[in-house]
Design a protein around this ligand. Structure first.
Ligand code: TRP
Length: 333
């Protein structure tokens, strides 16, 4: 039997080139090796977008379109929407007894996010919600409900997987059972792409991302206005010259060469020429995804169908897990 892999994305915007190289490429490889689940984490997205339900709703479809346009294969990968699996919510409640508030408060990823989201959670975190502080518990339930062995993610998700292992072990110890594999993170090997404005993250809200669905005009404009520095030609020095190094990294990734090699190739031309070549090549690189997406957008019923089928399959597995859990906890009335 194949081992099980589960990963997911919050539907807060369409996927960008950071997702392309950071997660989609490796998910494509894992499709054959693992029984793969990919979850659209709408419930988790609501923990910091609870005031914007339309945004989350719209982006569920955007993200699904991006997965399929990229070429993840619904015959091999099971796609599902988190909120359609009520067993995840049940398991979250059961797990919440096994996690201390202190552990949650120490989670470095959550801490960073709280600092970033001052508008929502207050300058000193005084408006922090129970839901947001607790989302790692819900994420542990996402992973364990399908009894995943591996979780392909980026570095920032390691604390969540560590917590998942702790919860699973504690559950086994207290309820004298063995239900969950202790999941291992499978770290993405791709270097992280920064925002085009030099921000550490590409994101829709910062308007510094190149989306898989961007039109050629949008790509041209974004690359043209991407931040560089006061030099006129490129060299790769991510510490001292982060913005231009980031553009070299992108150039390298789409040509399967290292950023150092990209610097050799592009270091002798001025920024304007480098940027127009980069834009042109990116447009070409993303063309198959863009074209496939256009076709899929016209068949949204078919895309919805893929999500529904994936959900059915996930529900069957979640039902098995929750029955074992309830039996172990003596609430199997
Ligand atoms: N927290 C992840 C992110 O922000 C998304 C996610 C939710 C996830 N549930 C998951 C990732 C379970 C891996 C496994 O990107």
């Amino acid at each position: 039997m194949k081992k099980v892999s589960l990963t997911g994305d919050r539907p807060t915007g369409p996927l960008h080139i950071g997702h392309y190289f950071g997660s989609l490429v490796s998910r494509k490889e894992l499709e054959n090796e693992y029984e793969s689940f990919v979850m659209i984490a709408d419930v988790q997205a609501l923990t910091d977008h609870f005031k914007e339900p339309e945004k989350v709703r719209d982006n569920v479809m955007e993200v699904a379109l991006d997965y399929l346009a990229f070429g993840l294969d619904p015959q091999k990968t099971t796609f599902f929407i988190q909120s359609k699996i009520p067993q995840i919510a049940e398991l979250t409640v059961f797990f919440s007894n096994l996690v201390t508030i202190n552990t949650l408060k120490r989670n470095p990823t959550v801490k960073d996010e709280i600092t970033e989201k001052k508008d929502l959670f207050g300058a000193k975190g005084e408006k922090l919600t129970y839901g947001f502080l607790g989302y790692p518990v819900s994420q542990a339930a996402d992973i364990t409900i399908v009894r995943a062995d591996v979780v392909p993610v980026g570095q920032d998700q390691l604390p969540m997987i560590e917590l998942t292992r702790e919860i699973a072990e504690k559950f086994h110890r207290i309820y004298k059972t063995q239900i969950f594999p202790l999941p291992q993170a499978k770290l993405s090997q791709a270097p992280r792409i920064m925002g085009l404005d030099g921000n550490a993250k590409m994101s829709k809200s910062l308007n510094n991302a190149i989306f898989l669905k961007d039109s050629p005009e949008e790509i041209k404009e974004k690359i043209k206005t991407a931040k560089t520095d006061s030099f006129s030609t490129a060299s790769y020095d991510p510490k001292k010259r982060p913005e231009i190094s980031n553009l070299l990294l992108i150039y390298g990734l789409i040509h399967s060469i290292t950023p150092q090699e990209a610097a050799k190739e592009m270091g002798s031309v001025n920024y304007t020429s480098f940027k127009s070549k980069l834009a042109e090549d990116l447009i070409k690189f993303l063309e198959p995804v863009r074209e496939k997406r256009k076709g899929l957008e016209k068949k949204s019923a078919e895309v919805m169908n893929i999500l529904t089928e994936g959900t059915q399959k996930t529900l069957a597995r979640a039902e098995e897990t929750i029955n074992l859990v309830k039996k172990a906890m003596k609430i199997d009335y």
